[in-house]
Design a protein around this ligand. Sequence first.
Ligand code: NI
Length: 227
Amino acid sequence: MLLHLKNVLTSEELRQARALLDAAEWVDGSATAGTQALQSKNNQQLPQGSEASRALQALILRALDRHALFFSAALPKKIFNPLFNRYGGEANFYGKHVDNAVMYSRSNGQRVRSDVSCTVFLAEPHEYDGGELVIDDTYGSREVKLPAGDAVLYPSTSVHGVAPVTRGHRLASFFWVESMVRSDEQRRLLFDLDMNLMRLREREGETPEAVGLTGTYHNLLRMWADT
Ligand code: NI
């Protein structure tokens, strides 16, 4: 499932994030690529342990924490500490690749199985040309380029890449989620049920049917979740 999350960051958070990113020291992004990914990775990243990185991570994690749609879609068990990248100039693309199944963070020793990938866009689409996140899924290739502050979730099993940036700079945060529900198909069913229940409640209020189906949602989650 590929899902667009709107307004993950407020405009004030976006302003803070941009100030931190503009003042930060960037390094070659190949430091965090797997061997297969390394051959095609050409971007810049913030060093993981840096002060700017820590402030930005806290900002992103706080924003995710209050985003109900993120929770419903990803059902997070663990979130990898968000990373930050920049594409532009000579370091302007990331060829098609698959991310490692298990991500290890050198800055805090955290190990996260990558079930769901997330990119939070931190530059507006008019600030750069190219830079689409290209994701191959069962329906073909999808190109994603979102307003600053919005995010996309997609299965970490997907082949994906970032198209060359030919003008300006593309700034983003990216990270992986280990989900309580490992299967993309099961997460999708739970998400659909949750969204439809929400709409049903908005329209009909708390009916016995809504209560019954909420029970079904939680019983499926109980059957599939691993905490
Ligand atoms: Ni990747």
